[in-house]
Design a binder for this molecule. Structure first.
Ligand SMILES: Nc1nc2c(ncn2[C@@H]2O[C@H](COP(=O)(O)O[C@H]3[C@@H](O)[C@H](n4cnc5c(=O)[nH]c(N)nc54)O[C@@H]3COP(=O)(O)O)[C@@H](O)[C@H]2O)c(=O)[nH]1
Length: 846
């Protein structure tokens, strides 16, 4: 038999004892088997057309035994192939074109033929001449009947000794196929290898792996090849270096491939470009996602269906103050326990988490309060995968503490007084209504209406910032005087409501009202200035006095007015009469306003008489009001209303001007100089420019200052001693006189007297009225006279109604008297007459 060679396998060793042809055929069979095309019918015939080799698969296809085939003529098997012509063709193309592909008709039975696709390759002798041909039946499983002669295009290169079926498989691979021999030389490859690498078959044959490797990856690639050789298989991700220098990311596999004791490897390489692009896109996307998750202001946690952490950002740990070792613990239950212990309601928190994990479809939004006051808005929703299957759950926690606090502030502002922080008008009204609605039978509700005494004076006199501080201090003091469950509210400027609920009886309210009045009464230091604070309280009781919140408030208000009338710094409970009185008060204020506008006020003058000479030494101007309907209205009634309403300022201005003008008129008439005294209310005194008002009035009326006397009460001086001293220092320097009115009834400390250039002490008429019947009063009168004289003041007794009183006062050294005994306050004309008459009688009196 002619020796043959399979050119691509020239270097392979021939198994001992085997003929070259058998060896080649054997190799071919091995290769067919190795490339997973076992069962392909193959026959080999010589140039004479004699079958020299046929495999089992062929026997099966042709339904003949091995003996029936061997040494038979080729034409007995294949009826339509001109083998001679084929050998001639092969002869003409010695090296490369050594194969024919097409359809042949096989005799598959006695009377049966079948057309099948086949590939015929040449086996050449030492001279390169085709000595045998190998026929590989490609579609033995049956099928094609068309005869489609095709030119051999695939694997028409040296060394392509396997069948078309194997070739088709290898060529249909999406990646590159390679077979490196035991010297790591490329001996076989598929079409894709050439196409992708850009090398020709000749260039590829015998090429080493490094030809397709970039320098920096060679070490890696060869280490994997070594692995293949040692272990049997391996993979490597490295670049496939093309002929043009381009590199393509590839995943190469390697499987050790051994034949006839020679061990190489085969494998496939697949382009990873797309995968890499996807991976890169995924990486970028993941990085972006992670950046978003990390930069989120929310604490984010994603868990799978088993509550295993999938994503958790740093913010979550910060929000929940989870230490690193717990946050890093993969067991999410540990973190859950820790987080729960930070909440104000741990059991509820854990129960909700478990419930949501057990109900995958639920979306939840709620608020969690941590023990340090942080409030988190927790949103939880299911996470679904691409196919819409439940994957796990996301938990997003937003810190809404600031929002909650500002909502709380807004709610507080809406319901509380901005200055004092007490409940405001609306809230206290609601609470009163609510208390009435829920009152238990037999129980009492008391509403105390408190008005600060002389607050308007303080506020106008010292300015509003100072007044604000007084109100704040008052609020604090009031809260300290009641129980936490009682409501203290600011109802208006200097008005406060105190709601007391669930009382046993009205007597309880009496005790509390008394305590509040006493607790408020005293000096208050504000901005290093001491002011004397006091308050007046009116109270009404549910259900005794009122049925609704408005009625209860209105009645407590009326009671408070009544208490003011009774002298302030006290409390008064509501009665039906008080309600009527409140109505009258409103009516009076309206009428007074009209009276001022219409000039319905007048002055009466009451003489002051010297006990030594019996002569009139001055007079006190007293305001009078005659209402067209109500007739004469006493100052005792309308002055308090004027003070409360602020009308006292315009009344006071008018009195001052009218009195000065009258005294000037008397001078102008030729009467002897008479000093006229006017009463000044606290409000007037605390006007910023009271001294200026007085001096301007004197200048404008032309009255000499020494003919004007200002009467101040002790209480008024005590309300702001500094201001009074300052104002009267200025007026005294100008010559205006000062007398202390109602002496003995007001301020307990007498030290203030040292700060004033007082001309006259006027002993209050209450002492004069009782001095002859009560030794105590007599003692007070004596003491007052003594004190006044010691301080170089004149002393005048008010309210002198009898001769006895006059004589007694003269005996104990009183300087002057004023009272009905000499004259009631009279109009100016009468006073003029009185003056003339008195001057005439003066000598007879004493
Ligand atoms: N701020 C101002 N207050 C004023 C003014 N005019 C009056 N008043 C104050 O009103 C109170 C009541 O005053 P009035 O009704 O005028 O009573 C005065 C006298 O009539 C009364 N008086 C005088 N002598 C007697 C008497 O012998 N017995 C007796 N029962 N009453 C008598 O006393 C009042 C004067 O008191 P006083 O002022 O304390 O000297 C009263 O407080 C007035 O001050 C005003 O223009 N501005």
């Amino acid at each position: 038999m002619t020796s043959i060679r399979a050119s691509s396998e020239a270097t392979e060793a021939t198994p001992p004892g085997a003929s070259p042809l058998e060896a080649a055929a054997s190799r071919l069979m091995d290769l067919v088997t190795a490339t997973l095309v076992d069962g392909i019918p193959v026959l080999v015939c010589d140039r004479a057309g004699r079958i020299v080799l046929a495999n089992d698969a062929l026997h099966t296809v042709l339904n003949r035994s091995k003996n029936e085939l061997l040494n038979q003529s080729y034409s007995d098997v294949c009826i339509d192939l001109a083998l001679d012509e084929l050998f001639e063709d092969m002869e003409k193309s010695p090296a490369v074109t050594s194969r024919w592909s097409g359809y042949i008709t096989l005799k598959t039975g006695e009377r049966e033929t079948q057309m099948m696709s086949a590939t015929i390759s040449a086996l050449r002798d030492a001279t390169g001449s085709p000595s045998h041909c190998v026929v590989v039946i490609n579609d033995a499983s049956g099928g094609g009947i068309r005869r489609i002669p095709t030119k051999g295009t695939a694997l028409q290169r040296p060394g392509n000794y396997d069948g078309d079926y194997a070739e088709a498989i290898l060529n249909s691979l999406p990646g590159v196929f390679y077979h490196f021999d035991d010297n790591f030389k490329l001996v076989r490859w598929n079409q894709n290898f050439e196409k992708i690498s850009g090398y020709t078959a000749n260039e590829l044959l015998g090429a080493e792996p490094k030809m397709f490797c970039v320098e920096e990856q060679r070490e890696l690639v060869y280490s994997r090849i070594r692995e293949v050789m040692e272990i049997g298989e391996s993979t490597v991700e490295s670049d496939f270096l093309r002929k043009d220098g381009k590199r393509i990311p590839y995943l190469f596999t390697g499987t050790r491939f051994e034949r006839h004791g020679r061990v190489g490897f085969v494998g496939v390489g697949n382009d990873l470009s797309t995968r890499k692009r996807i991976e890169e896109a995924l990486r970028v996307e993941t990085a972006r996602f992670e950046a978003q998750v990390e930069s989120s202001v929310d604490g984010i946690l994603v868990v799978d269906e088993n509550f295993v952490k999938v994503i958790q950002n740093q913010r979550l740990a910060e929000q929940w103050k989870i230490p690193h070792h717990i946050a890093a613990n993969p067991d999410n239950a540990v973190q859950l326990e820790y987080a729960a212990s930070n909440t104000t309601r741990p059991d509820e928190f854990i129960a909700k988490v478990h419930w949501l994990m057990a109900h995958p479809n639920e979306v939840s939004s709620d608020e969690i309060e941590l023990r340090d006051g942080t409030v988190l808005d927790r949103y939880s929703a299911p996470v679904l995968d691409r196919e819409g299957n439940y994957y796990g759950r996301t938990w997003i926690h937003r810190d809404i503490t600031a929002r909650k606090q500002s909502e709380q502030r807004i709610r507080h502002l809406a319901s509380h007084d901005g200055l004092t922080g007490l409940c405001n008008r609306n809230v206290v009204q609601e609470r009163i209504a609510n208390a009435i609605d829920t009152a238990q039978p037999g129980r009492r509700i008391a509403l105390l209406y408190l008005d600060l005494d002389r607050f308007k004076i303080i506020n106008d006199g010292y300015g509003h910032p100072f007044g604000d501080e007084v109100l704040k201090a008052t609020a604090k003091r009031l809260q300290s005087l009641v129980l936490p469950q009682d409501t203290v509210a600011r109802y208006g400027g200097d008005e406060f409501l105190i709601l007391l609920t669930d009382l046993d009886s009205a007597a309880d309210a009496h005790g509390i009202a008394k305590r509040i009045v006493a607790g408020l009464d005293g000096p208050l230091i504000v901005n290093q200035r001491s002011v004397h604070l006091s308050g007046t309280v009116g109270a009404s009781i549910f259900p005794d006095d009122a049925e609704t919140a408005d009625e209860l408030i209105g009645n407590a208000d009326a009671a408070m007015y009544r208490a003011k009338e009774l002298g302030r710094n006290t409390f008064q409970f509501y009665s039906r009469e008080l309600g009527e009185e409140a109505m009258r008060r409103v009516d009076l204020e309206t009428r007074l306003r009209v009276a001022i506008q219409n000039g319905r006020l007048s002055l009466a003058y009451q003489p002051k008489v010297s006990l030594k000479s019996g002569a009139i030494v001055g007079c006190e101007a007293l305001v009078r009001w005659h209402d067209p309907e109500l007739g004469h209205i006493a100052p005792d009634r309308f002055i308090p209303v004027a003070e409360e309403s602020g009308l006292i300022i315009s009344i006071g201005d008018w009195v001052l001007r009218a009195a000065c003008a009258q005294a000037r008129a008397w001078l102008d008439k030729g009467l002897r100089p008479i000093c006229v005294a006017v009463n000044v209310s606290a409000r007037q005194l605390l006007q910023q420019d009271f001294a200026v008002v007085v001096l301007r009035c004197l200048a404008e009326t032309g009255l000499p200052p020494e003919l004007l006397e200002i009467e101040l009460t002790e209480t008024l001086i005590a309300s702001d001693t500094e201001r009074a001293a300052e104002t009267f220092g200025c007026l005294s320097a100008s010559g205006v006189k000062l007398s202390i009115d109602d002496f003995g009834t007001g301020y307990s400390s007498l030290s203030y007297l040292q700060n004033f250039r007082v001309d006259t002490l006027k002993i209050d008429k209450s002492f004069i009225a009782k001095m002859l019947s009560d030794s105590g009063n007599a003692a007070i009168v004596r003491a007052a006279i003594s004190l006044g004289h010691n301080l170089q003041f004149k002393v005048l007794a008010e309210g002198v109604e009898t001769l006895e009183q006059c004589r007694f006062l003269a005996e104990i050294g009183c300087d002057e008297v004023q009272g009905y005994f000499f004259s009631k306050p009279v109009p100016s004309t009468e006073f003029e007459a009185l003056l003339s008459m008195r001057d005439a009688q003066a000598q007879q009196l004493v």
